[in-house]
Design a protein around this ligand. Structure first.
Ligand SMILES: Nc1ncnc2c1ncn2[C@@H]1O[C@H](COP(=O)(O)OP(=O)(O)OP(=O)(O)O)[C@@H](O)[C@H]1O
Length: 271
C-alpha cells in the first residue's frame, strides 16, 4: 500500500494540498476524482517523486520513499503524466522501450524486448509499432504512452487521465485491461488513476478518493463516495446517481429530474 501522512504542498504562498492522510490499497484500482484544480495531478507527482515533497511522509509497500534509490523507485512505480509531450521521430516501439530504461539503462536484453512486445500487444499497438508517434491520432498516442508506463513492469502504475482522447471502445478496453491486471495473481498491479468521467470510476474502481481544494473530501468504495449528494457537493453542480447492475451510474449531463421528459413533451407540442 501507499501510505501518505501529513502531506502539505505549497506553490509560492498558495496551498495546493492540505493535510493529506491517505492509504492507497495494494492491488485493485483506486480512482482519484475531483474538480479541475483540486490537486489530483500534484498528488500523483508528489507520490512519484516528480516534485519535491517538503512536508509529510510517504511509504510505499512499507518502505519509506526516502530510502529508495531513484532506480529502485522507478522499478516499483511508473507514472503517466498528463503532459507527455509529443516525441517526434520516435516509433511506437521505441517509445514503449523507454519504459525499460530503469531495468536495462539503454542496453536492451531479451527480457526487455519481450516486455516491450507484451506491452504493445496488451494495448493493441503491435500493428502500429513501426509508426512514428507524432503521426498517430491523439488516442493512439495516448495508448502508446500508457503502454510505455506498463512496460516498466512496476507494482504500482499511476495514470493521470489516461482516458484522454480515447473513444468509448478504447476507453472501455483500457479500463478492462487495467482491471484485469489489478486482480490478485502473481503479476498483480496496483493502479491509481485520475479520472474525470466519473462513470469509469463507478464502473471499474475498487476504491475512490475525492479531492477538492487540495483536501480529501471523501474516500471509500464507489457506492459510498459516488452518491448524488456527495458528487453535487464535490463538483458544485446538480448530479443524480442511478443504479445499473448494482453499480452507480452518474447522470451529470442534464441532472434536473424530469427534464428529458418535459423536453420531449414540449417537442411533441411544437410538432
Ligand atoms: N507550476 C505551478 N505553478 C502554480 N500553480 C500551480 C502549478 N501547478 C499546479 N498549480 C496549481 O495547483 C492547483 C492544483 O493543480 P493540479 O494540476 O494538481 O489539479 P488537478 O486536480 O489535477 O486539475 P485538473 O483536473 O484540471 O487536471 C491548481 O490550482 C493549479 O493552478
Amino acid at each position: 500500500m501507499i501510505e501518505i501522512t501529513g502531506l502539505n504542498h505549497v506553490i509560492g504562498d498558495m496551498p495546493i494540498l492540505r493535510d493529506i492522510d491517505l492509504t492507497l490499497p495494494r492491488g485493485g484500482i483506486t480512482a482519484l476524482i475531483g474538480p479541475n484544480g483540486a490537486g489530483k495531478s500534484t498528488l500523483l507527482h508528489l507520490i512519484a517523486g516528480l516534485e519535491p515533497r517538503r512536508h509529510g511522509a510517504l511509504r510505499i509497500d512499507g518502505t519509506s520513499a526516502e530510502t529508495l534509490s531513484r532506480r529502485d523507485f522507478a522499478c516499483k512505480l511508473a507514472i503517466l503524466t498528463q503532459d507527455t509531450g509529443v516525441a517526434s521521430r520516435l516509433t511506437v516501439a521505441d517509445l514503449v522501450a523507454f519504459g525499460r530504461w530503469p531495468h536495462c539503462r539503454g542496453r536492451m536484453r531479451d527480457t526487455d524486448h519481450a516486455a516491450v512486445a507484451r506491452a504493445l500487444e496488451m494495448f493493441d499497438l503491435t500493428e502500429l509499432s513501426r509508426r512514428y508517434v507524432d503521426e498517430l491520432s491523439g488516442g493512439q498516442r495516448q495508448r502508446a504512452h500508457v503502454a510505455m508506463a506498463y512496460a516498466q513492469e512496476t507494482d504500482w502504475l499511476l495514470l493521470d487521465e489516461p482516458l484522454n482522447n480515447l473513444d468509448p471502445r478504447h476507453a472501455q478496453a483500457l479500463m478492462a485491461r487495467l482491471y484485469r491486471m489489478s486482480r490478485p495473481g502473481p503479476d498483480q498491479r496496483s493502479i491509481v488513476i485520475v479520472i474525470h468521467e466519473v462513470n469509469y470510476a463507478a464502473a471499474w474502481a475498487d476504491h475512490v478518493v475525492a479531492l477538492k481544494h487540495g483536501m480529501v473530501q471523501a474516500e471509500g468504495a464507489p457506492a459510498s463516495v459516488l452518491t448524488g449528494e456527495a458528487l453535487a457537493t464535490l463538483y458544485e453542480t446538480p448530479i443524480r446517481v442511478a443504479q445499473v447492475d448494482g453499480r452507480p451510474v452518474v447522470l451529470h449531463h442534464r441532472a434536473e429530474p424530469g427534464l428529458a421528459a418535459r423536453d420531449a413533451a414540449q417537442l411533441r407540442q411544437v410538432v
